[in-house]
Design a protein. Structure first.
Length: 302
């Protein structure tokens, strides 16, 4: 505190302004970070919800339109027709979408604990989510961020349960399943499902890395603009301080020093009506009063 008091007026003001600048940039950074984080989550969530609803439409179309048309072939074909399975159709449509560069890092999977098709096998993360759905049947959706080797993702997960008895025709026992399904996928996996049992999780993962990078760039741009505005303001304040306060005060200090040595013929000219102008007038009146007092003393001595 003592060292601050010993500094010059301009240095004190600059230190105060720089402190305000740093505080303002820090506050703007925190506030902007929270706003952008909310915006990021909303943006990636909107994309994820759009994809998962689109995939559900594909599943419904396959179940209601495609499968009935191919029902006659299912019993006679040597190999199983996977296009009749809603999960397969949704996955294939999504894989077609992923061929576009802007969607190549998006993920869709109906992660199954005991799948017929090995590519639908749930990994550890997906298994944990499915187990949560199985433990709490009131839980209808789970969302959040996850990070893996490919970056940060926002995910939406919904439980998939066996709601139709017709599904058990392929997943009850190998003996009841179509022969072409067993010959295509084998008899070891995808069986033993129960009606109303949650067997999988429908999961969409949307990459958040690009959105975060864009948000960080925007944040840096805004903070740079704020910093530049403050620096320009500091420069203008310094110019004003130098011309309107520091230089007049220095002149008055020099004048006062000369007056203290007996030079009473000096006048400080300052035309403004601000506080510096009032101080200048007071200084000039003091000089006049001092001259009058000295003159009276000389007359009395004479």
């Amino acid at each position: 505190m003592l060292a601050f008091k010993n500094l010059k007026l301009g240095t004190k003001l600059n230190l105060i302004l720089i402190s305000i600048l740093i505080s303002a940039i820090a506050a703007c950074g925190i506030f902007l970070s929270r706003i952008l984080e909310t915006k990021i989550e909303q943006e990636v969530a909107d994309k994820a919800f759009l994809i998962i609803e689109t995939m559900n439409s594909v599943r419904n179309y396959t179940s209601s339109q495609v499968k009935p048309e191919l029902a006659s072939r299912l019993a006679s074909e040597e190999y199983f027709i996977p296009e009749t399975v809603p999960a397969y159709s949704a996955r294939e449509v999504f894989e077609g979408l992923r061929k576009q560069p802007e969607y190549q890092n998006f993920l869709y999977k109906e992660a199954t604990l005991n799948p017929t098709n090995p590519r639908d096998k749930a990994d550890q993360f997906e298994t944990e989510i499915t187990q949560r759905f199985r433990q709490n049947e009131q839980l209808k959706e789970k969302t959040g961020f996850r990070t893996d080797g490919n970056g940060k993702f926002y995910y939406i997960a919904r439980p998939l349960a066996i709601k139709k008895a017709s599904c058990l025709e392929c997943h009850d026992t190998p003996e009841r399943a179509p022969a072409n399904l067993v010959s295509t996928y084998g008899s070891e996996h995808g069986f033993g499902w129960k009606l109303n049992e949650i067997v999988a999780s429908q999961i969409v993962s949307v990459p958040a890395r690009n959105v975060y990078q864009a948000a960080r760039q925007l944040q840096l741009s805004v903070l740079s603009i704020v910093g530049m505005i403050f620096l320009i303001a500091i420069a203008l304040i310094n110019l004003f301080l130098k011309s309107a306060i520091i230089q007049p005060v220095k002149k008055m200090a020099l004048l006062s020093n000369k007056i203290s040595t007996g030079d009473l013929d000096l006048q400080f000219n300052h035309n403004s009506k601000d506080e510096i102008g009032s101080l200048a007038k007071s200084l000039n009146r003091m000089v006049e009063s001092l001259k009058m007092a000295l003159q009276m003393i000389e007359e009395e001595e004479d």
